[in-house]
Design a binder for this molecule. Sequence first.
Ligand code: AP5
Length: 210
Amino acid sequence: MNLVFLGPPGAGKGTIAAKAKDALNIVHISTGDLFRSNIKNETELGKVVKEILAKGDLVPDEVTVNMVKARLEEDDLKEKAGYILDGFPRTVAQADALETFSKLDAVINFVLSEEEILKRLSGRRVCKSTGRTYHIIYNPPKVEGRDDETGEELIQRDDDKEEAILNRLQVYQKSTAPLIEYYRQKGLLVDIDASKSPDEVLQSLLKVLK
Ligand code: AP5
């Protein structure tokens, strides 16, 4: 089963994908995580995209499409029952490109108010080495400021600072929101209420996929 998770920043796409991938035996591919891993490892791609991510702008389509295409050709995909693309496509050009090399079964649209998005993003904390995500109120770590498993210090993502959050929301409205209609017209779009608890959102997702 090949899925796209679509939705504004902070809607919970990554949180639900991390749970759904095991329930569905599919691979979770987050373009944001792939870019952040390149930045952390100081690769050539990482150097190109570092400033773009910090500001909350979009990485150019060609760079992003090539990265996703290469990722979908990796061996782990052959052993699993499909994938979740989390954060891709984010423009109509990316969606058109995806159609040329893979076929989707459904596009899950995470629906959440802007007020709740701001609360989720400003309270998000992440472990830099494992990528594990917390929220200071909704999903706090066992020990304040520390990763549950490694004990490492949790950080705030550069793009979770106020100025970058506002820019990401504008970029989402301008470039990504048009994909809702794009996929609705193709009969692939399924809206999900993302305001419930993570377990409830997961259950709604599994129910609609059945
Ligand atoms: P990316 O990492 O994809 O950022 P995003 O889409 O803005 O998504 P987020 O990771 O911020 O949010 P999320 O929906 O996954 O929410 P999460 O589960 O963490 O992309 C980063 C950047 O990379 C982009 O800005 C761009 O520069 C670049 N990029 C990526 N893809 C690209 C593309 N295709 N083209 C061009 N550039 C691209 O949850 C958020 C918080 O809420 C967490 O603290 C979590 O604990 C909490 N939470 C989650 N669910 C719930 C819930 N149900 N109840 C309560 N709290 C919850």
